[in-house]
Design a protein around this ligand. Structure first.
Ligand code: A2P
Length: 291
């Protein structure tokens, strides 16, 4: 595999380089915790931080970045647009709000958090496109370096690709042994997008599985390390999350082993385990409301 450290990069379709493992902040409590976690993640070597407006911790993430002393330009920072802000004008405002919250003057990557779907509006395609036009404007204005989507499936990507002036270069989806959405991974990769994994450890739910522990033991690695390495070997960028500094470091200690092809197939096809229950068409209404 081409990666040997946290500063090695994938290249996005627009040529921008993105550090190969990101530090995730979903469910990291706002305030001192998020601030300390982000500073710790940067101190153990992460250079890629993933947050979202909906996580409610953008301001603390920004504070953690400043506290770390690492230069802003040396960090790749992603945040996400929330479902209540759909449409061109609200989207443009949402970018400004996230920049203000984070205390930044540009974002490296901005993602549509969830697609609008047919069940919520017959105009779902137009709504998604109008949001996207706001994304494109903010790229042209120099506020964002790269744009993409999250939780999109082929049926949502197709109409967007047909109309987008700037094609989405990332699809961030739930991905871990037990829920790989492998067809979506391949579809997205074939469109030239980098797939990113949210909950690469199944939010912790896969870590005690007997079969996964047996596979990890063969490589003298933890299940968490197996999961992070598994994503990388699928050309998927993992965003593991931990509030514990030792575990943050351990989760990035994945460059000294290789999962063999037989085990990769087992992991790709692992029986359903640790699935969040969220899909764009049937996620809880509060996750997708706000058309
Ligand atoms: P903690 O924050 O106490 O470390 P995901 O990245 O899939 O969202 O999973 C995050 C969950 O997994 C958190 O509950 C986190 O708890 C836990 N976790 C993260 N890294 C490890 C690890 N190396 N060993 C055990 N649990 C971990």
């Amino acid at each position: 595999m081409k990666f040997s450290s946290l500063t090695d990069t994938f290249e996005l379709s627009n040529g921008i380089k993105i550090p190969c493992i990101g530090y995730g902040t979903w469910q990291t409590p706002d305030g001192d915790c998020a601030e300390r976690c982000v500073a710790d993640a940067l101190s153990v070597g992460y250079r890629h931080i993933d947050t979202a407006f909906a996580y409610g911790n953008e301001a603390s993430v920004g504070a953690g970045i400043r506290k770390s002393g690492v230069k802003r330009d040396d960090i790749f920072i992603t945040t996400k647009h929330w479902v209540t802000e759909r449409g061109y004008d609200k989207t443009v405002e949402a970018v400004e709000t996230s920049l203000k919250n984070l205390g930044l003057d540009y974002l490296d990557l901005y993602l549509v958090h969830w697609p609008c779907v047919e069940k919520f509006s017959p105009e779902w395609k137009e709504i998604n496109l109008s949001t996207w036009r706001g994304f494109e404007k903010m790229v042209k204005d120099g506020k964002i370096r790269a744009i993409g989507v999250s939780n999109y499936e082929a049926k949502h990507l197709e109409p967007l690709f047909a109309e987008a002036e700037i094609k989405p270069c990332v699809n961030q989806i739930e991905f871990h042994p037990g829920y790989t959405q492998i067809d979506n991974v391949h579809y997205s990769q074939n469109k030239g997008m980098l797939v990113q994994a949210w909950s690469p450890l199944g939010s912790g739910a896969v870590l005690f599985d007997k079969g996964l522990n047996e596979i990890a033991a063969k490589y003298n690695k933890s299940v968490a390390q197996l999961c992070v390495r598994f994503a990388l070997q699928c050309n998927v960028l993992p965003l593991p999350k931990s509030t514990n500094k030792e575990r943050m470091a351990a989760n990035a200690d994945v460059f000294d082993f290789e999962i063999n092809e037989e085990d990769m197939q087992i992991l790709i096809n692992y029986p359903l385990l640790g699935f969040s229950g969220y899909r764009p068409e049937d996620a809880p209404a509060d996750a997708l409301a706000g058309q």
